[in-house]
Design a protein around this ligand. Structure first.
Ligand code: DQA
Length: 147
């Protein structure tokens, strides 16, 4: 079983950017925790971060025949990217959308996700723990598929 984790623009700046919103944790530390959970569950995991929309579309397409599940924080592209939405719809791989912050509590332009309708679920507002919850949810979903 393999999960691919895709991180959108500016998430490489975690630990530096707007700490009052996103907290002090760095992306690599979030990934270490996810890797530990994946190891415990004998799941393969791969991480990808890009600030470029087309690279994210490419990585989603490359999941065909490679990944059983996708966990994605599309970051600002959540609110703008029809291309990322279409890529997720195209590959037909169970996908969970993750946000550190509660996007519904913030500026109005963040309230709409173009990505959520093509995802199995969305986790928003739990800080780095959002990623852990996505791991738990994805592991459960994939074990149900395998059973
Ligand atoms: C974010 C929320 C987005 O609105 C924002 O553009 C981000 C991060 C989050 O994880 O809370 O870059 O996806």
């Amino acid at each position: 079983m393999k999960i691919v984790v895709i991180q959108g623009p500016n998430l490489n700046m975690l630990g530096i950017r707007e700490k009052n919103i996103y907290g002090p944790m760095k992306l690599e530390d979030i990934h270490s925790q996810m890797k530990a959970f994946a190891d415990q569950n004998k799941t393969e995991i791969e991480f990808f971060q890009s600030n470029l929309e087309g690279e994210i579309v490419d990585r989603i397409q490359e999941c065909i025949g490679d990944a059983d599940g996708i966990i994605i924080n599309p970051a600002a592209y959540t609110h703008t990217s029809i291309a990322i939405r279409d890529a997720i719809a195209a590959v037909q791989i169970p996908t969970l959308e993750v946000h550190l912050s509660n996007i519904y509590q913030r500026e109005e332009f963040r309230h709409k996700s173009l990505i959520a309708p093509v995802c199995a679920g969305q986790i928003s507002g739990m800080g780095p723990f959002s990623y852990h919850l996505a791991m738990v949810g994805m592991t459960q979903m994939l074990s149900e598929v395998a059973a």
